[in-house]
Design a protein around this ligand. Structure first.
Ligand code: SF4
Length: 466
């Protein structure tokens, strides 16, 4: 008997059946299928085997407006390329976009596309920076005891062994260090050689309180297999280290590597297995932002990780024009759950320079969280977070001590991270009322507004509404 049809539609006696779900309840399962890349002129003759080759993906990544033009050709108007050229010149991040991402963009409307928005700057969309933006908004360099290591939380450290990624995100928190120098930013050097890594391992070994190490960068996708093994072995050998997280955007932007770079996946799997035998957890933390980033290739790659017993958690950034509406975020969260990726965090966009068009207000995050919560299981519902500027660490967006919505100033504190200090997040100025936008133009008034908000935040929790 078909178990799905064995119940009468009006339910067993005394029980009401929930009405069948409409098509919208299944939208998250509709991931992109087929050889979708062939819609892009340059990839028209590219076979599946070639498209799934991560070396081909790396070699054919777009790094200049000219390469983009040669790839998408007449899919877009010439004026778009003029806009792109100007956007590249003003970007704080170098540009690098994988063919997989290029093929996932809707080129009939690139201005509105969430993937184009994340990776390809266009000058016409740029906005003036908020006056309080910086390049290293999280002050990672201040909490860095040796090059390439940030030790902020008591039991956790962030190890940055390289400064390259399979793609470069316009909104990168580490635009101060990641990728090549650009016309507007000269990058800080991280610990890029195995010899420098040794200093980081020695520091971690000398601090018995450190139990949790995030290996990021840059992106661990770009680590050679032998270096995955070297880093994994060195950290697992430190008795007090209990948890490793390999951070990579790779599953979102180049999922085929998991399917075809056997040496890389085997090296990672071996570290995971070794950790498990030692009673230590080794996982992947990744970074999907748009449901459009997920295709059949992603699904297959995540199935392979799942089959190998590798946990994958996701950390999204809330980005204007990408995922800043409730329905899109809900779709992303449910699609991640469908492919066995745990939607762990949704961050407020950091206060980094040059990408003000991408930031949203704290209120936007609060509203989206309210909508998303309840649409799926609680363990698959992300925490909406503000990584408090100035080194306060991750705070629940709702946990502000004070939020002046009119002037866009949210005040947070972090008693277990930096007791007694307050951390301030600023909403994008163009989302504020005309009066508030005027006030921010006056440095003296701006100082007073911030001081007032911090003073209120230091007292009883309260807020003013716009
Ligand atoms: S992959 Fe991560 S580290 Fe690299 S550019 Fe994107 S956000 Fe920055």
């Amino acid at each position: 008997m078909d178990i799905a049809t064995s119940l009468p539609l009006d339910g067993p006696a005394g029980h009401a059946l929930k009405p069948p779900a409409g098509p919208e309840a299944f939208e998250h399962r509709n991931v992109r299928q087929g050889e979708f890349w062939r819609a892009v002129p340059k990839y028209r003759e590219v076979s599946e085997a070639t498209f799934l080759d991560s070396i081909w993906q790396g070699q054919n990544s777009i790094k200049s407006p000219q390469e983009l033009l040669e790839t998408v050709k007449d899919l877009v108007e010439p004026s778009f390329f003029d806009d792109v050229r100007e956007g590249f010149a003003r970007a704080p991040m170098a540009v690098r976009v994988s063919p997989y991402m290029i093929a996932s963009i809707d080129w009939t409307n690139p201005y509105a596309d969430p993937i184009r928005t994340q990776f390809i700057p266009v000058a016409s969309k740029l906005r003036a920076d908020h006056p309080r933006l910086t390049l290293d908004s999280l002050h990672e360099l201040e909490d860095s005891p040796v090059p390439g290591l940030t030790h902020r939380y008591v039991d956790k450290a962030l190890f940055l062994p390289l400064n390259v990624c399979p793609v470069y995100c316009r909104f990168c928190t580490r635009s101060y260090a990641i990728g090549a120098d650009t016309d507007v930013v000269e990058k800080v050097s991280l610990a890029k050689s195995p010899k420098q890594w040794h200093d980081a391992f020695a520091y971690i070994a000398s601090r018995p309180e450190l139990e949790d190490i995030v290996i990021s960068g840059g992106d661990t996708y770009q680590l050679a297999p032998k270096n995955i093994t070297a880093i994994g072995d060195a950290l697992l050998a430190i008795p007090h280290v209990r948890r490793l997280r390999f951070a990579t955007k790779g599953p979102a932007v180049m999922p085929m590597k998991i399917l075809t770079d056997v040496a890389w996946l085997d090296a990672l799997s071996a570290v995971v297995d070794k950790g498990r035998k030692l009673g230590k957890e080794v996982v992947i933390h990744t970074h999907f932002n748009s449901p459009n980033e997920i295709s059949w290739i992603t699904e297959k790659a995540m199935n392979l990780l799942f089959a190998r017993g590798i946990t994958v958690r996701n950390q999204s950034v809330l980005i204007r024009g990408v995922n800043d509406d409730p329905q899109t975020m809900q779709l992303l969260v449910k699609r991640l759950g469908w492919i066995n990726v745990h939607p762990y965090y949704v961050y407020m966009h950091d206060l980094v320079k040059g990408v003000e068009d991408l930031r949203t207000s704290v209120q936007t995050s609060i509203d989206i969280e309210k909508y998303v919560r309840g649409s799926t299981a609680g363990f698959n519902t992300p925490l909406f977070i503000c990584d408090a500027p100035g080194g306060g660490g991750k705070r629940d967006v709702h946990s502000f001590d004070y939020y002046d919505r009119e002037n866009g100033i949210a005040v947070y504190s972090a008693p277990s991270v930096k007791p007694g200090k307050h951390f301030v997040y600023f909403d994008p100025i163009d989302t504020l009322s005309p009066g508030a936008q005027l006030r921010w133009q006056n440095e003296g008034i701006a100082e007073e507004m911030i001081a007032e908000a911090v003073a209120r935040g230091s007292g009883t929790r309260s807020y003013v509404s716009a």
